[in-house]
Structure formats: structure tokens, C-alpha cells
Design a protein around this ligand. Structure first.
Ligand code: AMP
Ligand code: MG
Length: 329
């Protein structure tokens, strides 16, 4: 089955063609909305997606050596995400589904991050540390559903890094810039470490870091190093606790922040110490991408899930554990 996946939960518009029967990604195209200064205004990002959606979809087909006639299922990000952007992807998916007369299926973006890991690695039943711009969650399959074992109580880890980077004048996206500066850091400074049970929080830490830097109490390199060591330790503490609680022996990283080499290194150390396995995807599957949307659409369709056009309304706030899981036993 040839599937077209469409991703548009936030600043990325993605399109991917997969050969589902062979679990092969034939193309995985994307365009990202960026700014030189400031953040994202949803209506502007939506305009960007409208302007670029056909280019990205055409390019996905071309790279895969396929045409619209080959597409047998269309899958799109239905939840969660920013309403303005979600609607563009859903609109493109609905239009194509009607025009091509092929089934349509809306999927949950967070679960797609986990499922692409199960397809592309040897992970069978991992705990997912999903560390992206807006989302920071520890997710695992338990009792017939994907459950959130821990999450941020305020902003996502990526938003935290981007906000700090914006304050430091480093531009967007800030995560990679902080990673490079951290490599030049010499001294670790103790920072507020905020883990509450299974949850984490970054808001107070952000204010603290801004104050430290404004008061010239720390160099930019040492700040970046100390920030990375602190926030990644927080994320791994709650991930490890979820692994202990569920008895799972696999950790999977997902989300844009999973591209960070220091987070990857620390994850490997934690897993080694508890005799577990750590799975890290190629960066193109860590960031928001449409291949994972196509893959989850294929799993749902194969297990019998069907949607009418009326079922394809987007849901910006759907919780991971509200999704009925039909494709795992
Ligand atoms: P996503 O929302 O999953 O597309 O991820 C976007 C987020 O990933 C942004 O906040 C980026 O700053 C962050 N990011 C990307 N690469 C890195 C990196 N190497 N280290 C830390 N954060 C990163
Ligand atoms: Mg994501």
C-alpha cells in the first residue's frame, strides 16, 4: 500500500510517501517556517503552509518516483497541535482524498513519534522521551493505551531552549546554537533542578538563567553547558522512573531536541547503567516529519480503522491517552 502522509502541527509542513507493506520510506519532504527574530504567529505560519503545501507534496511524489494515481491512502496529523496549522494539513488531505477517491485517516502526532521508532529500529515496546518544541512528555504503552507518565508543567523543552537563545541573541531555532556553545563551556554552574514527581518544569529556570546572564555572573558558554546538563538530567530522571515503573527495558528518543548529541550521550549512559537499550533515530525522523504520520496511518488502516470526511475535524488538544489503540494487541 502506497501512503501519502501530511504533517502540519506546527512550523513544519511535511509530506511523505511510504511503501507500507515493506515499511519503507520512499520520500520525506518538509519545509520549515523560520524567523530572524521573534517567534511564530500562528496565522502567518498557516499562510506559509498554504503557500508551500503543493510544492512539498509534489516534491515528495517526485522523490518517491510516484504520482497521485499511485496513492492508496492519505494520512494526516489530526491532533494535537496549533489549530491554524493543523487545519491546512487537514484541508489538503481532505481535498486529495476526495479528488483521488482514496481513504483518509487522521492520526495523533505524539503517538506517531513513537510508532516510527518501532518501525525503524529494533525497539518493540519502548518508553518514548518526546522532547520537541512545544511538547515534553514521557509516553509508553500500558493497559491498552498510550499513556503519558510524565510531562512538562509549563513550556516544552524546545521552547525553553529557543526562548533562552532568543534572549541571548542567538536566533531561532536555538537548540542547535546552545549545543555548539555548550561544547566550549568550561565550568558547570548549579542551576535550579525542577522535577516534581514524574513531571518537569522549565519556566522558573528560564527566568533564573536570564537573571544570571544579565548580572554577568556566568559566561554564555558556561550557561549553555550548565543548562544542557541540568535540563537533560531532569528529562532522563523522569524517563528512568517511567522505565522502572513500567518495567520496560527500552528508551526511544523523539522530537527535535532528540537531535542533541549531549542528550543522546546521557540517554545512552542512563540505559547502559540500568541494562536497558537506547534507540536513537536519524534526525529527519526526530523532528516533525510526515513519514511517521504515513506509518501510523498505515497501521490504523490495516487494523480496520476507517474515517468518513466528517470524522476528520482537527483536534488541537486531544490527549495521547484518549486515542483508541486498534493496531496493537
Ligand atoms: P520539533 O518541534 O520536534 O520539530 O523540534 C523543534 C525543536 O527542536 C526546536 O525547539 C529546536 O530548538 C530543537 N532542536 C533542534 N535541534 C536541536 C539540538 N541539536 N539540540 C537541542 N535542541 C534542538
Ligand atoms: Mg513533534
Amino acid at each position: 500500500m502506497i501512503i501519502l502522509g501530511i504533517e502540519s502541527t506546527a512550523h513544519t509542513f511535511g509530506a511523505s510517501i511510504i511503501d507500507f507493506d515493506n515499511k519503507k520510506v520512499l520520500s520525506n519532504e518538509k519545509m520549515n517556517y523560520t524567523t530572524k527574530s521573534g517567534g511564530m504567529i500562528p496565522s502567518k505560519v498557516a499562510d506559509f503552509h498554504v503557500e508551500n503545501c503543493d510544492k512539498v507534496i509534489d516534491s515528495a511524489l517526485e522523490k518517491a518516483g510516484k504520482t497521485f494515481e499511485d496513492v492508496q491512502l492519505i494520512s494526516f496529523s489530526q491532533s494535537p497541535g496549533i489549530g491554524h496549522m493543523l487545519k491546512i494539513g487537514a484541508f489538503a488531505a481532505r481535498t486529495l482524498s476526495k479528488r483521488l477517491n482514496v481513504p483518509i485517516i487522521g492520526v495523533n502526532h505524539c503517538i506517531a513519534h513513537l510508532e516510527i521508532g518501532r518501525v525503524l529500529t529494533d525497539a518493540k515496546d519502548p518508553v518514548l522521551l518526546y522532547a520537541s518544541g512545544a511538547n515534553t512528555q514521557v509516553i509508553a504503552y500500558e493497559g491498552g493505551k498510550y499513556r503519558v507518565f510524565g510531562e512538562t508543567l509549563d513550556i516544552g523543552i524546545g521552547n525553553f531552549l529557543d526562548s533562552l537563545a532568543r534572549f541571548l541573541g542567538l536566533g531561532f531555532p536555538g537548540g542547535p546554537k546552545i549545543q555548539e556553545l555548550a561544547k566550549k563551556g568550561k565550568k558547570f554552574h548549579k542551576l535550579p533542578y525542577v522535577v516534581k514527581g514524574m513531571d518537569v518544569s522549565f519556566g522558573g529556570l528560564l527566568t533564573h538563567c536570564k537573571n544570571l546572564y544579565s548580572q554577568k555572573k556566568i559566561s554564555i558558554e558556561d550557561l549553555c553547558l550548565s543548562v544542557q546538563e541540568t535540563v537533560f538530567a531532569m528529562l532522563l530522571e523522569v524517563s528512568e522512573r517511567a522505565m522502572a515503573h513500567t518495567g520496560k527495558k527500552e528508551l526511544l528518543l523523539g522530537g527535535g531536541v532528540a537531535c542533541n548529541t549531549r542528550l543522546q550521550e546521557m540517554s545512552n549512559i542512563m540505559c547502559k547503567e540500568r541494562d536497558a537499550k537506547c534507540f536513537i533515530l536519524e534526525n529527519q525522523y526526530n523532528v516533525d516529519n510526515a513519514a511517521m504520520i504515513a506509518m501510523l496511518g498505515g497501521m490504523m488502516h490495516t487494523s480496520g480503522t476507517r474515517q468518513e470526511l466528517k470524522d476528520t475535524e482537527v483536534n488541537p488538544y486531544l490527549r495521547t491517552d484518549e486515542v483508541l489503540v486498534s493496531w496493537r494487541n
